[in-house]
Design a protein around this ligand. Structure first.
Ligand code: SF4
Ligand code: SF4
Length: 406
């Protein structure tokens, strides 16, 4: 049976063919077991050496910056791209400095306080939702939304990827989350100027630090909810597909390039999640014309150096084993994309994000672009809007050295 997933969004699901996605098939996980992908990843080392030696797109300065950007993510949450449940994104914590007071009297009182808090929250979930969003923003989220828990987007199995466990065997394990009701989706913006250097080391440094921020925000928010007595499971790229949850949480729309497009930052965001049983009020999916714009625009498909983004309309046909089955949407050829990341030696790319007309600076000109998108684009259409975008010079690449010297 073919049904809509969200009333106001174009994704369809074929319930006979749909299978929950097994994390084993993400490109990163495939570096642990798929010979073809392993070989791609192996070649990236030679490309990095070439880049530095011949002064190509990324210098030693850029790689040092990239490495430092990953520092918190790798040291604090090394599993956020695969297994989850470790370091900053642990599922449980007993280390809260206040609530670990060891005293039966305190434990009893704390249980009473928490019970009362939960009862009040059940009566007024809107109030607690406002508080949770405020705390998430304080910890560093730029956008926050709440989605109802939907098991369809949870990985059917997760992996313990040998990238971080050299010498150990590749392990796959079926995934069951504790009982939760909501997924809080956290978007962390990337820097407009830095992403203007994609593909190159500066933009990748910004993305790397985005992963570090994901771990800090999701981990801290989960700990806040746990201290109140709720279940809270922080997650980066582990545990579940972030984009459908972000759509459900009203953070944006799906695009031709396979990424979420938000109203405020366009595609320039990274996504983290917290699964919880906290009583909250779920947001609703939003539509602001991205699908119609993408149908005509195709700028990302034209500029993609790997020709990984489809020119054709959405379809059921997945491009690789790394695409989900049974969903009608744009499927990106992630094998071609990943191969380019490795060949270029930049360990990533982001050209599609740079050139997308929805990627605009959020400073002084933000309101002009917002006005244009809201009122002019629906009249002139995506094709004309894209031509204007090109004429105004948006999406052009700046070199990393321009950013270093600015
Ligand atoms: Fe859509 Fe154009 Fe952005 Fe591609 S570049 S995601 S087609 S708006
Ligand atoms: Fe293409 Fe680069 Fe975007 Fe991958 S990241 S889809 S290679 S533009």
């Amino acid at each position: 049976m073919i049904v809509k997933i969200w009333e106001n969004h174009p994704w369809l699901i074929d319930t006979d063919k749909f299978k929950r996605f097994n994390q084993k098939y993400t490109m990163f996980s495939r570096t642990g077991w798929d010979k073809k992908v392993k070989e791609m990843a192996r070649k990236s080392v030679e490309s990095v050496v070439r880049n530095i030696k011949y002064g190509k797109r990324s210098s030693l300065l850029d790689y040092a910056f990239m490495s430092a950007g990953w520092w918190v993510a790798i040291k604090g949450a090394p599993f956020q791209m695969d297994y989850g449940d470790g370091g900053l994104i642990s599922w449980k914590s007993d280390i809260s400095p206040i609530f670990s007071i060891a005293s039966p009297f305190w434990n009893e009182k704390l249980s009473e306080f928490r019970k009362k808090f939960r009862e009040d929250a059940e009566k007024n979930p809107e109030k607690l939702t406002r508080v949770v969003k405020k705390v998430a923003k304080y910890f560093g989220a730029d956008l926050v939304g709440v989605a109802e828990f939907d098991e369809r987007w949870v990985y059917s199995a997760r992996v313990l990827n040998p990238r971080y466990h050299i010498g150990k065997e590749f392990i796959e394990e079926s995934l069951e989350l504790p009982e939760v009701r909501y997924c809080i989706v956290l978007a962390i913006k990337e820097d407009y100027e830095m992403q203007s250097t994609a593909d190159g080391g500066v933009s990748m440094g910004d993305i790397a630090f985005g992963y570090s921020k994901m771990a800090i925000v999701a981990g801290s928010l989960a700990e806040f909810l746990r201290a109140l007595g709720f279940t809270a499971i922080p997650s980066g790229n582990d545990l579940a597909l972030s984009i459908p949850y972000a759509i459900s949480a009203g953070l944006g729309e799906y695009s031709r390039m396979g990424l979420l497009i938000t109203k405020k930052f366009g595609p320039r965001v990274r996504l983290a999640k917290v699964f919880t049983d906290t009583p909250l009020k779920a947001d609703k999916p939003v539509r602001f014309g991205v699908y119609e714009f993408c149908l005509k625009c195709k700028k990302c498909a034209e500029k993609c150096p790997a020709k990984a983004i489809p020119f054709e309309d959405p379809s059921w046909k997945r491009k690789t084993i790394s695409n989900i089955e049974g969903i009608y949407k744009w499927h990106v050829d992630v094998e071609k994309c990943f191969e380019y990341w490795c060949k270029s030696g930049n360990l990533g790319c982001g050209v599609c994000v740079r050139v997308c007309p929805y990627n605009k600076p959020s400073g002084r000109t933000y309101f002009i672009h917002a006005f244009f998108r809201e009122y002019i684009v629906p009249i002139v259409g995506g094709k004309v809007a894209k031509i204007f975008d090109d004429l105004l010079g948006y999406g052009k690449r700046k070199s990393s050295s321009e950013w270093w010297n600015s």
